[in-house]
Design a protein around this ligand. Structure first.
Ligand SMILES: [Ca+2]
Length: 155
């Protein structure tokens, strides 16, 4: 009885109008919050990319030895080799041995970009150099670091 009354009350045109306004307000509010969140993420990523030395390396396209897709595969190979327990050192070395020019290495760093390392909530947003540092001991890292330094890339 109460429910029937309530529903018929709600279905009155003037009440429907009010409910409609409420729903519309909630949708607009939701969109505003979502928009603000997207904007926040966009700015945060942009600021992070600008701060990240790996994104502003002045790559000379004519000195690149591989296709865009191949650098992507190599960057993914590095991530797979380092993510999770242990390190596939042979896979990491194999990728670095394929770097023929300074620009190859710069492109690889750029393709790697910033990647999430670890499992939530213990995650880090790290570039390639930070990933390598976390995976290798100082002694193991030295030969890799030497490649970067020879190429004039701060590591
Ligand atoms: Ca690892």
């Amino acid at each position: 009885m109460f429910q029937a009354l309530a529903i018929s009350e709600l279905l009155k045109p003037e009440n429907l109008k009010t409910i409609g306004k409420w729903i519309l307000s909630l949708i607009i509010l939701g969109l505003l919050i979502y928009g603000a969140y997207r904007l926040y993420k966009f700015i945060k990523n942009k600021v992070q990319a600008e701060k990240d030395p790996s994104q502003n390396l002045g790559i000379v396209a004519t000195n690149l030895s591989y296709t865009e897709a191949e650098y992507g595969i190599m960057a993914d190979t590095l991530e797979t080799a380092m993510a999770g327990a242990g390190t596939d050192e042979a896979a990491v070395s194999h990728v670095f041995n394929q770097m023929q020019t300074v620009d190859d290495l710069k492109k690889l760093i750029q393709k790697f970009g910033i990647r999430t390392k670890g499992i939530w909530p213990a995650t880090d947003e790290w570039n390639l150099m930070q990933w390598l540092t976390s995976e290798f001991s100082q002694e193991e890292l030295e030969p890799i670091q030497q490649i970067f330094i020879t190429d004039g890339i701060p590591f």
